[in-house]
Ligand binder design. Structure first.
Ligand code: SF4
Length: 602
C-alpha cells in the first residue's frame, strides 16, 4: 500500500488505443515522481531528432507521490515533452484539481503518443478509458470547453484542455485546468498537434498510504503551524502581486523589453490596487492558501472582465514590460490569454519585442497590419493577443516566438529577442540578479523562473551583482527545484510548510520507501533528474554555446534601474565554468562519464 497508484495510462492516438501499464518500483525510487519520472520516460522512449509537432513526440502527464493526499499544496502535476519552442526537453507544472482526480481514478500519469486524425478527447471514468470525438469542442475557448465537458460528463468532471492557440499551433500554447495553467514551453501546442483537445476525468478515490496514521500526524502538525504563518497569509491575501513594487525598487522588474528598470506610475499596478477588485481566492487541490486572486473589473472599457490573476509574471509581461499601467487591461488580457490558451509570459514578451522593433524602425505599420505599436497602448496589446492566438496576420509571426520571428524579420532583430534557447525571458532582469541570469542561461528548458530560484541573491545574503562565485549556489537551486517538481510540491516556499527533514518523513509515511527518509538521497535524485534532462539536450546537439543570454545582457549596462543601474554580465564564462564544475560536467556543458556513472545514468 503506497501513495503511488503504480499504474499509468498509455494512449496511442494514431492507433486509437489505450493500455494500462505498471510503473516500475525502481523508477519511483530513482526519479521520485512528477518531472523526474516523466523525464525518464521521455528520455528512454523518444528517439533523438524527433519533430516536436510530429506524431513521434510524446506528451507525458505525471503526478508525484504526495499528490491527492491531505498534505498541503502537493497536488500539482508535471507536463513533460519535447518543446516546439526550444527543441529541448520541456516541463511545465500545472495546478488545479485535475492531477489529484487522476490519482483517485487509479493512475499516476498518462503518456500520450501518436497523432489523431481528427479532433479527439479522452474521458477516464470507472468504466475505462474512452477516446472520443471532439468535433464539437474544437475551436471553443478553454472555459467553454470545461463547460461543455461538464455538461456531457457531470459537474464534478475534472478537465485539462487547450484553447484555440494550441489548436492553431502557436508555439507557446498552454494546457489549462479550470484557471490553472501548464504555462510555459509550448506543452499545449504539442497537445494541439496531436489533435487532442482535452482529457476529462471522473473519479472518487480512494488513495492508499503506507502509514496512514504516521502521515496524518505529520501533515496535521504542519497544517497547525501553517495556519498562523504570516508569509503564507500574505500569499493568500495578495498572491504573487505583492512582488511588483519591491522588485521595481530593486531594479529587478524589466521595463520596455528589458531596456530599463523603472516603470513610471508602477503603484497603479501594485498589490493594494489589485486587492480593491478581488472577489475571492481560488487555487489548487489540497491547498489552504489558495493564492489565486479572482478579480473582477466593474467599470470602464474592460468592465466585466474576470480573471484568477494576473500573477506577478503576468503583471510584468502584459504590464511593466509593455509600460502598461492600466490595471483593468491586465485583468482583461490575462483572462483572454487563459481563454485562448496562450502563455502570458511568451505572449507579453513577444509583444514587447515587436514594440521595440517598431520603436527602432525595424518594422513599420506595413508589417503590423496597420497597427501602430506604442509603449503603454493596452488596446493594441489586446488586439495582438487575439491575433497571436488566432495566428492572424502579424500575429502569425509573433506566435512563432521571438527567436523564430527575429530570424524571419532579419535587420538585426535578433538583438531584441529576449530569449534563451528559444524560450522568452520571464519577469526578472538578469543584470539585476546575476543568479537568475545564470539560471536562465543554463536551464535545460530555456529561460524559466521555475527552473530554480537564486534565493540567496533575492534575500540579500549574497551579493546579487557579483560577477562570479554563484555557480555552486545555482547548481544547488536547480537540484532543489528538480526535487520540488518531482514531489510535486508548490514552489511558493511558505505554503507547503515542508523543510527537507519533514518532507523526507512525510514521503516515507506516504510511500514506505525508507530511502526517501534521507534528504541527501532526495538531493541525489534531483541531481540525477537535472543530469538526465541535460543529457536529453546533449543528444539533441545542445552544449555550452546554447548556455547563454540575450546580447543585451552581455553588452548593455542596465539603465534607469535604481541600485541596479549600470549592471551588465561581465563574466558569464566564469559563471558557466563554476556551474559545470559544481555538477561534474565538462567545460562544454556535457555530463562527464564519471558523473553519469555516479548518478546511475551510465
Ligand atoms: S499556493 Fe497557489 S500555486 Fe501553490 S498550491 Fe496553493 S493555490 Fe496552488
Amino acid at each position: 500500500m503506497r501513495s503511488y497508484t503504480g499504474k499509468l495510462i498509455r494512449i496511442n492516438l494514431s492507433q486509437g488505443k489505450s493500455q494500462i501499464e505498471d510503473v516500475p518500483e525502481a523508477l519511483m525510487k530513482s526519479f521520485l515522481g512528477g518531472r523526474g519520472m516523466a523525464a525518464k520516460y521521455l528520455y528512454d522512449e523518444l528517439k533523438p531528432g524527433v519533430e516536436p509537432l510530429g506524431g513521434d513526440n510524446k506528451l507525458i502527464f505525471m503526478m508525484g507521490p504526495l499528490g491527492a493526499t491531505t498534505a498541503m499544496s502537493v497536488s500539482r502535476m508535471a507536463l513533460v515533452t519535447k518543446s516546439p519552442l526550444t527543441g529541448t526537453i520541456a516541463k511545465s507544472i500545472m495546478g488545479g484539481n485535475f492531477g489529484a482526480y487522476l490519482k483517485f481514478a487509479g493512475f499516476d500519469g498518462i503518456i500520450v503518443e501518436g497523432k489523431a486524425e481528427k479532433p479527439t478527447y479522452i474521458h477516464i471514468d470507472k468504466d475505462g478509458i474512452h477516446i472520443l470525438d471532439a468535433g464539437e469542442l474544437w475551436g471553443l475557448d478553454t472555459q467553454q470547453t470545461h463547460a461543455k465537458l461538464r455538461e456531457s460528463h457531470g459537474k464534478n468532471t475534472q478537465v485539462a484542455c487547450i484553447g484555440p492557440a494550441g489548436e492553431k499551433l502557436v508555439r507557446y500554447g498552454i494546457v489549462i485546468s479550470d484557471r490553472r495553467c501548464g504555462g510555459r514551453t509550448g506543452v499545449g501546442t504539442v497537445m494541439g498537434a496531436k489533435k487532442l483537445k482535452a482529457i476529462a476525468v471522473n473519479s472518487t478515490g480512494p488513495l492508499s498510504l503506507y502509514d496512514a496514521e504516521g502521515f496524518k500526524k505529520i501533515a496535521q502538525g504542519i497544517i497547525a503551524e501553517l495556519k498562523t504563518s504570516p508569509r503564507r497569509i500574505k500569499m493568500s491575501d495578495f498572491g504573487t502581486s505583492y512582488l511588483t513594487l519591491g522588485f521595481e525598487k530593486m531594479g529587478i522588474f524589466p521595463v520596455k523589453n528589458f531596456q530599463e528598470g523603472h516603470l513610471e506610475d508602477v503603484e497603479k499596478i501594485g498589490e493594494e490596487e489589485f486587492a480593491k477588485i478581488k472577489t475571492k481566492n481560488d487555487g489548487c487541490y489540497g491547498c489552504m492558501t489558495k493564492c489565486g486572486q479572482v478579480r473582477q473589473v466593474t467599470e470602464g472599457e474592460y468592465a466585466g472582465a474576470v480573471s484568477e490573476g494576473p500573477d506577478y509574471e503576468t503583471i510584468w509581461s502584459l504590464g511593466g514590460n509593455l509600460a502598461n499601467t492600466e490595471l483593468a487591461s491586465l485583468i482583461a488580457a490575462d483572462s483572454l490569454c487563459d481563454k485562448l490558451g496562450l502563455d502570458t509570459v511568451s505572449a507579453g514578451n513577444s509583444i514587447g519585442f515587436a514594440c521595440e522593433l517598431f520603436q527602432r524602425g525595424i518594422i513599420t505599420k506595413k508589417d503590423t497590419d496597420g497597427l501602430e505599436l506604442k509603449w503603454g497602448d493596452h488596446g493594441t496589446m489586446m488586439k495582438l493577443v487575439e491575433k497571436i492566438a488566432q495566428r492572424e496576420g502579424f500575429g502569425q509571426l509573433l506566435g512563432e516566438g521571438t527567436r523564430r520571428a527575429a530570424e524571419k524579420i532579419g535587420k538585426g532583430a535578433e538583438d531584441y529577442a529576449m530569449q534563451v534557447k528559444g524560450l522568452e525571458l520571464p519577469a526578472y532582469e538578469p543584470r539585476a540578479v546575476k543568479g537568475y541570469g545564470l539560471i536562465f542561461a543554463t536551464s535545460n528548458i530555456g529561460a524559466n523562473h521555475m527552473y530554480g530560484r537564486p534565493r540567496e541573491d533575492l534575500a540579500g545574503t549574497t551579493d546579487r551583482f557579483a560577477d562570479e562565485g554563484k555557480g555552486k549556489d545555482i547548481a544547488r537551486a536547480q537540484i532543489g527545484q528538480a526535487v520540488e517538481d518531482s514531489v510535486i510540491q508548490c514552489s511558493f516556499g511558505p505554503v507547503t510548510g515542508l523543510n527537507p527533514e519533514s518532507r523526507s518523513q512525510i514521503l516515507v509515511a506516504a510511500t514506505g520507501f525508507e530511502e526517501f527518509g534521507d534528504p541527501a538521497y532526495l538531493n541525489q535524485i534531483g541531481e540525477r533528474i537535472l543530469c538526465l534532462e541535460r543529457s536529453f539536450n546533449v543528444r539533441e546537439g545542445f552544449n555550452r554555446k546554447d548556455d547563454t543570454l540575450p546580447k543585451r545582457m552581455l553588452t548593455e549596462p542596465l539603465e534607469n534601474a535604481g541600485p541596479a543601474t549600470g549592471q551588465v554580465f561581465r563574466k558569464l564564462d566564469t559563471l558557466l565554468d563554476e556551474y559545470y564544475d559544481a555538477l561534474g560536467y565538462t567545460r562544454q556543458g556535457i555530463p562527464s562519464a564519471e558523473k553519469l556513472k555516479q548518478l546511475g545514468l551510465e
